[in-house]
Each structure stands twice: as C-alpha cells, then as structure tokens.
Design a protein around this ligand. Sequence first.
Ligand SMILES: Cc1cc2nc3c(=O)[nH]c(=O)nc-3n(C[C@H](O)[C@H](O)[C@H](O)COP(=O)(O)O)c2cc1C
Length: 328
Amino acid sequence: MYTIDQPQGKIFTSLAPMRGLTTRHFMDILYDYGDPDEYISEFLRVHQTATISEDIVDLIENRKSMAILSIQLLGKEPEHFLRIAKILQNYKIKSINLNCGCPMPKIGKKGVGGSLLTDLNTLDAIISTMSDNTNFPISVKTRIGYKSPQEFDIILSHLARHRLSAVYVHARTVKGMYGEPVDFECISIAKAALNCPVIANGDIKTAQEAVNVIRRTNADGVMIGRAAISNPWIFRQIAELTDKTKIFIPTGEDYFNLIEKLQNFPTKLALTDLQKTSAIKKYAIPIADFVDPLGNFPHYIRRTTTLRDLTDMCKNFFIKKCRNRHMM
Ligand SMILES: Cc1cc2nc3c(=O)[nH]c(=O)nc-3n(C[C@H](O)[C@H](O)[C@H](O)COP(=O)(O)O)c2cc1C
C-alpha cells in the first residue's frame, strides 16, 4: 500500500489527468521542468472487450519520471474493471484511480464517469470488487455531486465505506462542467468525513493558490490540470514556495523552448501539417492566453493553420519581444 506522506511543510502534488493533453510526451516535459509527486493517466475506457491501450503501455514502460503513476479507469461493470485490473498487475504501476467525474454528455449517456455519482451502489460494487480481488490501492476522482453539491454528503458516506488510498475532489458538480465556481468548502467537508488523504482539485492556477487551498481546506495535497499546461513549471514553483527558496519564473526564451519541445512529439501515424498544428495548438492556445491575456498573441495563435506560422508567431512573441522578460 502506498501512502501520500509528505515531509513536513511540503505539498503533495498530482497532475490531473486530461485526455489528449497529459500524454507521455507531456509528462516527459514536466519531468524536465519539475515533476509533480504523482501522475494519473488519462482514462482508460473499461468494457467487455477493452484492452490496455498502446498509449498506456508506452506511458508505463517508457516515461522518464520515477514519480508515482496511477492508471485511471472509466466504466461501470465491476467484472470488466476486475479483468482490466488483473491485466494491469503485469505492469509497474502504483494504483488504480476510478473516474467518477467526467462530465462529457457522450460518456454520461453510458452511465460512466460523472454519471456514476447517480448510481452509488454500482460505485460501491466497483470499489469492493477491485479492493477484494486485487492488491492495488484504489483511489477515486470525484465531483461534489451530479446536479447539486447537496448530494456530496451521501457520496462521501459511500466513499467512507471503503479503504481508499486517496480521494481527489474536483469541487464542482458534473452538470457544472468547468464553468461553475469551485466549492472549496466541500473539500474541507470531504477531509472531515474521510479517513484517507483528500486531494483538492479545481482552478488552482498558481503556487500561491496551491498553498492557500491547503490552508483553507486542510487537504492533503493539490491536483493541478490546466494550469500545468500553461505553466509546466508550476510543480517546481510549489516546491520552491514551500521550501522558501527562490521561485523560478520562466522567460520568453523558456516558453519558446517549451513550444519547440511540444513540436517534437513522437507520433505513430504520419500526420499532416494541419494535424500537427492542431495538436500543438491544444497547448499553445492556453499558453498564449496565459502569457498575453490582454494582447493579440492568443488571437493569432488561434488562427494559425501551419506549423511554420505557429513557430514564427511564437518566435516573434517569445524571442523578439520577450526573450528575457519574466512571463508571470
Ligand atoms: C481537456 C480535458 C481533459 C480531461 N480529461 C480527464 C480525464 O481523462 N480524467 C479525469 O478524471 N479528468 C479529466 N479532466 C478533468 C481534470 O482532470 C481536472 O479535474 C479539471 O480540469 C479541473 O482541474 P484544473 O482546474 O486544475 O484543470 C479533463 C479536463 C480537461 C480540461
């Protein structure tokens, strides 16, 4: 059993799984810039004929980092979870995380992800089946309700029945998607109700906010998603803030190097220039929004259709205009 056990004063950090973004390549970039304490894979869909995807195998076997790796599963039939967990026993991973938060309607229609919060007996059955029949520590990533935070007490009462290695609380409802304000009070409530570590998630954008959320909620750690895309140095900054050492602030040149690293992502398929440009834009747009919230740079990045243009725009902004400027 692994435990989330941080030295005094340190904050446990976890990279939030984000399908299509938190790839092995991105995790390798984070390794270079400052690892979180834990990585959770994007979800692996569990159903009757599901297998471990090539991407997950690649992540487990070839990632650079030695930090904890958990594999996230999304599904609803306990027997299918068990079959996949048994296969995962052949691989070097620390634990299994259950997705009880995905708000996408096409996922919800199948009764999986966030919809599991409307069927807590099934959630109980999945957790019990996995705990009773595998040696994996099991953790849950949940929202605070399906439609309303008032559902959270009953959700917590179900989670409290199990021996979980951690509960990650994205403190919005499923219906609230990503727009609803984060309800940090619910994280304090989870911390008081559960016997396991509780990790706070939702809209934590800076190292200082991570410290503030821990103080405010008493959570055992923070999980960060979108802010790690626009600022992949955030985990290092959290460690530096709590160590009271000088905090690294990236310059324009550091961001240009990041864009270059993102462009070197390995692909199995031969992608067209447009497909490669779209893949990089998934990172470049949030980066541009972050470093130039009021300027034109995000607008130009959104409109670009070729890798050449994207690189030129980034060179113009990050190298010509901001090479030595600190970007936050
Ligand atoms: C593009 C995208 C993909 C996501 N994919 C997953 C996923 O596969 N599994 C999951 O549990 N959450 C997923 N999430 C939710 C994040 O893990 C996280 O809970 C959410 O973004 C809130 O944290 P943040 O404000 O730090 O980004 C995804 C979010 C985004 C934006």
